[in-house]
Design a protein. Structure first.
Length: 153
């Protein structure tokens, strides 16, 4: 199998999954420092694409993903599988997610990854579960794992 794309969910994968609120609403998300290093390395082997379903926090996500110079799309969970099928050959994709919705998509992907802190259906359905938690190096770990498993022969 030849993987060509790494697709990353944002909340609960690139972030800790926590939303910080005041009375005015959502104002922050916690992104980890190590993930971007792994993404820079894996970008030499495959294209990286980021998706989020968080419409209200999209501006926060967009700022961080723009800083990382990655493409970002707003894709509701209910439409996620159809959107992925329309835009990618799923068997050529590694997908990293953390939710029940992501777990339902995992069997269709070429390779599926969940961070250690994912919701249990994602942990059970994933091909690989990281030792690191979301927002704490899980994506960086996943990138190094993919390189070793698929590109270091």
């Amino acid at each position: 199998m030849k993987l060509k794309h790494l697709i990353l969910d944002v909340d609960g994968v690139l972030t800790t999954g926590q939303f910080l609120y005041t009375e005015e609403g959502k104002f922050a998300k916690v992104f980890g420092p190590h993930d971007n290093d792994g993404i820079k390395i894996i970008s030499k082997f495959m294209k990286v694409h980021v998706i989020t379903a968080d419409k209200r926090g999209f501006g926060i996500t967009k700022k961080r993903i723009d800083d990382m110079k990655l493409p970002l799309d707003l894709v509701p969970e209910a439409d996620r599988k159809g959107w992925l099928e329309k835009n990618f050959n799923l068997k050529e994709c590694a997908f990293m997610g953390d939710s029940l919705h992501d777990a339902e998509i995992f069997p269709s992907m070429g390779y599926s990854i969940a961070p250690a802190s994912a919701f249990y259906p994602a942990l059970e359905a994933a091909d690989f579960v990281t030792k690191h938690r979301a927002g704490e190096g899980a994506v960086g770990e996943a990138c190094l794992h993919i390189i070793k498993k698929f590109f270091s022969k």
